[in-house]
Write a protein of this length. Structure first.
Length: 281
């Protein structure tokens, strides 16, 4: 039988340990990270053996009683805490009353290859956590099989990245710290076509779609927000593709371009393999 939630003191070592997870070195040492808000905590509770602890205000525990129940059923230890304690742990300006402590989720790159992925997003030296989290969310929404963060990219568990993914951290496999060359070589050996997304690409997305080549297993490589993809990375790709700009906008930001590219591939793959209908109530 799971113990009932217990009140916790602001001076508790558990509070101090959770607070330290705002820093990357502590996250890496403990292999734990923070998930804040009802959506992220619900996803964590539903992901096997991931949610370790949950800190909740009394108000949040009452409002989200179902989530607290799921957390307890998942084996997490639930602490009732004052708003000041939650604010001390939280990395947001306006905490939502729930902060979960979760185990790391990343998987070995070899595990992704073994699953024979059909759609993959590769983030090559992407440094902005908001962009990384949003691309992860886009990949999840487009039905991608995996995301790879290369070495030199932002920490997957940066609080801003976790918030920007809106729970997608818990939905699909992510490998971290993989050198770009190793990622591309491994994916190619697994039969995946490599497309580098670049505003200066020789081919544009419309042309690729018209050629009918995008129904095959594909990995999109997205570069750094400021300087894009270096020439040596572009040279590794099977094609360098730009998103066509039909209006007067100078360019698209990383996350928007990633969404366009991933959805284009998802649409082409559905057409090639039979349409998968999705209905919502």
């Amino acid at each position: 039988m799971t113990a009932a939630p217990e009140s916790i003191s602001p001076k508790s070592p558990r509070v101090s340990a959770a607070r330290r997870l705002a820093k990357r070195n502590f996250r890496g040492k403990e292999r734990l990270f923070l998930a804040e808000g009802p959506q992220a905590v619900r996803e964590a509770a539903g992901h096997e053996r991931t949610l370790v602890e949950l800190f909740a205000t009394i108000e949040a525990a009452e409002r989200y009683a179902d989530i607290v129940g799921e957390a307890r059923a998942a084996g997490a230890r639930v602490h009732l805490a004052d708003e000041d304690v939650i604010a001390d742990i939280s990395t947001t300006v306006t905490p939502q009353g729930l902060v979960g402590v979760c185990r790391f989720l990343d998987v070995p790159f070899e595990e992704i290859l073994a699953a024979r992925p059909r759609l993959v997003a590769v983030l090559a030296h992407v440094r902005d956590p908001g962009n990384a989290g949003t691309v992860l969310r886009c990949a999840d929404a487009a039905g991608a099989d995996a995301v790879i963060l290369t070495d030199g990219s932002v920490d997957l568990y940066n609080p801003k990245a976790v918030r920007a993914s809106v729970g997608s951290h818990f939905h699909l496999p992510v490998a971290v710290g993989v050198p770009v060359e190793q990622a591309v070589r491994g994916l190619k050996d697994a039969g995946v076509r490599i497309l580098a997304a670049d505003g200066a690409g020789e081919d544009d997305l419309d042309t690729e779609l018209d050629k009918g080549t995008m129904g095959t297993p594909t990995a999109w490589v997205f570069g750094n927000e400021a300087w894009g993809l270096p020439e040596e990375t572009r040279a590794l790709a099977d094609a360098v593709v730009r998103v066509p700009i039909h209006g007067r906008a100078e360019s698209l930001n990383l996350a928007t371009a990633a969404a366009v590219c991933l959805y284009a591939s998802a649409r082409a793959q559905r057409a090639a393999g039979g349409c998968r209908s999705v209905t919502s109530s």
